[in-house]
Write a protein that binds this ligand. Structure first.
Ligand SMILES: Nc1ncnc2c1ncn2[C@@H]1O[C@H](COP(=O)(O)OP(=O)(O)OP(=O)(O)O)[C@@H](O)[C@H]1O
Ligand SMILES: [Mg+2]
Length: 253
């Protein structure tokens, strides 16, 4: 059976994934601070818009106005797609507080209320018939209570896959942690893409590795990537062999 795949819009990534992300997969984009998770995910969404595939961005870490501004910096102007009803931002950042927030159509009042969070996100996804979604970041939903992480993830997964959406869930890990966001999360998702930033010989090097992707074979090597004014580009012809320090996956150094 030929599986349906979603084109990521990240140069090099589809090649590493044997053609693209299997449709309906829920993929964790995991990495430390500044590794490029937000830009990577926004690029995926915007590429979908350019193909006519509607998308939703749920923002928990940055103000919606800042999200639109940052995306425009890369030439990803979402305004017209919002006006056309092909794109929506779900504001899970402001709690509805402030003048700018009053203009937002989809607002989550309290992110501690996972029921409300899921309901507002579902409404946005339904309204625009989303095919792609990004939640940036899911870690914010369970930072203070890791024990509920799996439950939160399963609720999100049920909702997203019920709507047929192919989603990127951003997962924040600390600089030293080589895991992906906790066992409850790592096993629940269909895919894990890890972004890293490591100091090698006095220079910061960005690299990407696909840790798992259900439904497809994929490249097993670590590749360098760059962020430019146009976004993320993966150098599939190169392999990063050493991160310049001992690596212990699944735990803390
Ligand atoms: N125009 C640009 N050209 C090159 N690099 C850029 C540009 N804009 C941002 N960057 C790089 O991208 C980094 C931020 O990426 P991003 O916001 O995606 O990180 P993140 O993984 O989401 O981090 P956090 O977990 O802190 O939210 C910056 O620290 C900078 O190194
Ligand atoms: Mg970010």
């Amino acid at each position: 059976m030929v599986i349906e795949r979603v084109k990521s819009g990240i140069p090099g990534l589809d090649e590493l994934l044997n053609g693209g992300i299997p449709k309906r997969n829920i993929v964790l984009i995991s990495g430390g601070p500044g590794t490029g998770k937000t830009i990577f995910s926004q690029q995926y969404l915007y590429y979908g818009l350019s193909l006519g595939e509607p998308g939703v961005l749920v923002t928990l870490e940055e103000h919606p106005a800042q999200v639109r501004r940052n995306m425009a910096e890369f030439g990803w102007d979402v305004r017209k797609y919002e006006d056309e009803g092909l794109f929506a931002v779900v504001d899970a950042f402001t709690g509805g507080i402030g003048e700018a927030a009053k203009k937002e159509r989809y607002v989550v009042k309290s992110v501690d209320d996972i029921g409300e969070f899921v309901d507002v996100a579902r409404q946005a996804l339904k309204d625009i018939r989303a095919q792609r979604a990004v939640i940036d970041s899911v870690s914010t939903l369970y930072l203070t209570k890791p024990s509920v992480a799996r439950n939160v993830l399963m609720q999100l997964k049920r909702m997203l896959s019920g709507l047929g959406v192919t989603a990127f869930l951003v997962s924040q890990v600390s600089v030293t942690e080589r895991g992906f966001g906790g066992p409850g999360v790592e096993h629940a998702v269909d895919g894990i893409i890890r972004l890293d930033l490591d100091e090698i010989d006095g220079e910061l090097v960005r690299s990407i590795i696909i840790w798992k992707m259900r439904g497809t074979k994929h490249d097993m090597r670590r590749h360098p990537f760059e962020i430019s004014d146009r976004g993320v580009v993966i150098n599939v012809g190169k392999v990063v062999k050493s991160l310049g320090r001992s690596v212990i996956y699944g735990g803390v150094e």
